[in-house]
Design a protein around this ligand. Structure first.
Ligand SMILES: [Zn+2]
Length: 418
């Protein structure tokens, strides 16, 4: 089986930069991938879609009374421009959003103990709050070791209105609680709009059942400050290696590879793909999603978003070859969700890092904790499973979504109970 961890690791080295949705890095990564696909001898297809994009122009937090101090803050993307000229108000520290906490916050700027969650703005606006400060990170962080979060609100957060919001370091937030400022001022102005992101697609038609399609997905974007080596340059490299393998060994059923953009903005690439290909959904029999492999220290997992019988197939295979892993039936927060939501069974292959052996969504998602050997092992298992499914006489995967999984998907996607 010509599957090479070294080749995959070399791609990680090429993608070793921040690949934020709609920004230069994501675009550059898409072009690198397209070149790799062409080199394999397949013509990539680009499909672009719109994704939200914001740019903070000014984000400022000042204590104005009874002393003056300015704190380092970042603005929440899509929290609006109501404070563009500055809002000065009384300060209150609020431990939770229970009615008792919000009894006396009218007209005030409040400091929360956690980030802004879905439904928070509704409560805060009803209580008369005029601005929000949220803490970020850990009290042990220093400027040298940790980046102050840059957070973006999604549609679900601002569905019921929004307030000018900024984010500050935990140590600074604690200092404010102790100092008890009387008045503070938030100044926040930003550009809010959208820009292009893209999926890259490559396909090898099946030799016997070209109308039966197995889709491979992996997101290639990362978040701000993160080079996204573990999450998810590894999955990106894994499905590229599988494309190479199936180009050399054409399967009976069609394989379609989708490198998804903007996963980190809310699965936007996979959602855009399904929206643009409504008419092909029937043909897609299975989604195999790879999101995070390669840690030196960890354990392989298969998360099956589909019938229990799929778990049994995987269990049989890993026992047959003596490859230790865990198999569970559950949902997995990645590009497989929009497929599963359309009734397409999904299998997520990933290697969970041991506690302390990795960190994602920050500057520490680095190549150092990953190994070519580990990536290769996982990729070989995915290929083994794929070979059996793609070349089976009778397609072995049930196209059926158990009720417990449907319920989890609906909850994850924030759908109202029927
Ligand atoms: Zn990921």
């Amino acid at each position: 089986m010509n599957i090479s961890g070294k080749r995959m690791y070399a791609l990680l080295e090429k993608l070793n930069f921040v690949r934020l949705s709609t920004f230069e890095g994501e675009k550059k990564a898409a072009e690198i991938l397209a070149d790799e696909i062409r080199e394999i001898g397949v013509e990539p297809v680009f499909e672009s879609f719109k994704a939200p994009r914001y740019e903070i122009k000014v984000a400022k937090l000042e204590v104005t009374e009874p002393f003056y101090k300015e704190y380092e803050v970042t603005g929440y993307g899509f929290s609006g421009n109501d404070a563009a000229d500055g809002i000065e108000a009384e300060f209150a520290y609020v431990e939770a959003l229970e009615p008792i906490d919000l009894a006396d916050v009218r007209g005030k700027i409040i400091l929360l103990t956690a980030g802004i969650r879905q439904g928070d703005f509704k409560k805060l606006i009803e209580a008369g709050v005029v601005g929000v400060i949220a803490p970020s990170g850990n009290f042990r962080d220093t400027k040298e070791t940790w980046d102050l979060d840059k957070r973006m609100l999604r549609a679900k957060h601002i569905a019921d209105g929004r307030l000018p919001s900024v984010c500050m370091r935990m140590t600074d937030a604690m200092e404010m609680v102790v100092a008890k400022p009387e008045k503070v001022k938030i100044t926040l102005s930003q550009y809010e709009g959208e820009a292009d992101s893209q999926n890259i697609i490559a396909e090898i038609p099946g030799t016997e059942h070209p109308d039966e399609v197995i889709v491979y997905t992996a997101h290639y974007d990362s978040v701000v400050f993160s080079r996204g080596m573990f999450d998810n340059a590894t999955g990106t490299a894994t499905i590229l290696e599988l494309l190479r393998y199936y180009k050399a060994n054409p399967p009976k059923r069609t394989v379609r590879f989708i490198w998804c953009g903007s996963e980190e903005r809310g699965l936007l690439g996979s959602k855009a793909y399904l929206a643009a290909h409504e008419d092909e959904i029937d043909k897609i029999k299975l989604c195999i999603n790879i999101d995070m492999t390669g840690p030196i220290f960890g354990r392989d997992n298969a998360v099956v978003t589909g019938a229990e019988s799929i778990c049994h197939i995987i269990e049989f295979l890993y026992k047959e070859i003596g490859y230790p892993m865990n198999v569970i039936q559950d949902i997995y927060s990645s590009d497989c969700i929009p497929f599963a939501d359309k009734g397409i069974p999904a299998v997520n292959f990933m290697r969970r890092a041991a506690q302390g052996a990795s960190q994602i969504h920050c500057r520490y998602d680095v190549i150092d904790i990953l190994s070519a050997e580990s990536m290769e092992r996982t990729a070989r298992f995915v290929a083994l499973f794929s070979d059996r499914v793609l070349n089976a006489k009778h397609f072995p995967i049930e196209k059926q979504m158990p009720a417990n999984i449907v319920e989890k998907i609906n909850k994850y996607l924030g759908k109202k109970p029927q």
